[in-house]
Design a protein around this ligand. Sequence first.
Ligand SMILES: Cc1cc2nc3c(=O)[nH]c(=O)nc-3n(C[C@H](O)[C@H](O)[C@H](O)COP(=O)(O)OP(=O)(O)OC[C@H]3O[C@@H](n4cnc5c(N)ncnc54)[C@H](O)[C@@H]3O)c2cc1C
Length: 559
Amino acid sequence: MLISRTPTFKLAALEGEQFDIVVIGGGIIGAGIARDSALRGLRVALFEKRDFGSGTTAGSTRLIHGGLRYLEMLDFSLVRMDLRERETLLRIAPHLVKPLEFIMPFYHSSLFYRCKMKIGMTLYDLLSYDKSLPRHRFLAPGEIKKIEPNLQQQGLQGAAVYFDAQAASPERLCLENIIDAYEHGAQTFNYTEVTEALRSSEAIDGVRVRDLLSDDGAEVSVKSRVVINASGAWFDHVAGGLTNRSSAATLAHAQIRTTKGVHITCPPITNRAVVVFSPVDGRLMFVIPWLGYSLNGTTDTDFTDDPATAHATSEDVDYMLRSVTEYFPTLDTARIYFSNAGVRALVKEEGSASSVSRRHRIEDGARSGPKNLISVLGGKITGYRAIAEEVVDAVCAKLDVNVPCSTSSNPLPGARRGIKPSDASGAGLKNETIAHLVNLYGSRAGEVLQLTASCERLREALSLYAPDVAAQVVFAARTEQCARLVDFLLRRTLLGFSQDQGLNAATRAASLLAQELGWSAARTSAELSLYQDHIAMTQAFRHGVSDLPPTCLPPDGPG
Ligand SMILES: Cc1cc2nc3c(=O)[nH]c(=O)nc-3n(C[C@H](O)[C@H](O)[C@H](O)COP(=O)(O)OP(=O)(O)OC[C@H]3O[C@@H](n4cnc5c(N)ncnc54)[C@H](O)[C@@H]3O)c2cc1C
């Protein structure tokens, strides 16, 4: 075949295998750790309970930013780290992370407020002294009206304009870390749950892992010199399992605070990202251009249920509308397409949810728990690479390995080379489709184009609402560890965010996946109904439904 298939990782083959590092959790942070360790030549296995990037990584606001808000909290080192990482990501993943212009309008006329804005913007520029993005500037009300006509003009005094960046698909950013990891020798598994630790006296020597897609939930024991808990919002639950704590003891030892944030999408109301302050409680909110919509977010409320069940309720949406319509009066519930929600894992602190620091913490079990266990608490997508570097440095120190980190200078797989016009010749696709593929896969689009060039059937469109083609399903199944229909629609492509949320593409994609992955008719229909459950979750705010099934849970077996 033209494209190179992902090595087929077999969980059963790991029984008794010895790794240097086992990573629990395939969100952006776990994926970054797996990539960094593999690039340093360590033997690494990563286990993800659902799909890569399907946890909080998929529920984020999708910004790669220093965070002006954290300046207000005087957290300069966090802002500096994230601004430096923003620049790194623009360099190593330019197809996934793109500059985004922001405007922050102000309605106060006081000199104090204007000075505060000027100082904040100047500091933000100073902390990103090595950036490639333009510096801030200020606009007068007349200029703002021209560029953002939908913004409330009454009382408008001016606006600050500055740049940050956006990852339209942090899910794919996560996946490209996984791909780079396995291309450098890591073994990466989705739909595998770490259930407990293998222990010898005070140390953890490995983990028990359950295969969630096998008929019988087969389990294996995998040995490792170091185990990393990078399970994000599930951290305390996983830590409890690794240390054999009861639920009550797990709760008493909780190290993270979990808070929910929701987003709503509506027709585009701005031309650039706009920062506003909620009239309800003064919190900072974003209205961001994303895939042709406006993405509005977010809330910040304590959430202690299973993070997989988080969704926007009618109360969340009501709060969002009250916060945003003050500035964009045309927005109403009828104009919301869908919602999504994520659960933050914040290093535990008292106080209001919004005031809790977004800093990460890395804990070495040698000091505070079982030996050989390293815990990653908190952190943002923006800083994931630096957090991973810090974790792998700690692992290397433990294992007496002296190889420096190289993830900031090595581009991610889709940015390794440019795409040449000859890659597209003979692919039989419209220019618009080719541009879409390059936007999604970077230079890896060349492999999809080879597939479409080889077979006319693979050029067929999957949906009336998006330019995606059948070859992408084959590509996802063969090279991107796509195991389920939800993986394809939400995390290998952006189809699930198209106008009909991917419904038009779902049946065709499911039947192509069935051919590639050998699904029975029963399994194929289970995959379709699981996708319907996901859609219901994103629409739950319309009915106030609160007891929906969690998205992405596997059916009883492959059928
Ligand atoms: C509303 C909201 C908005 C945000 N906006 C931004 C933003 O704009 N920019 C930014 O930089 N950051 C943002 N963040 C923060 C960012 O999304 C998170 O910090 C980041 O995604 C965390 O990644 P992670 O890998 O730690 O967690 P996750 O992505 O949740 O990954 C953890 C993984 O562990 C897996 N797991 C759990 N238990 C097990 C087990 N037993 N075995 C195996 N696997 C297991 C889970 O399935 C999950 O996939 C936002 C967060 C929220 C909630």
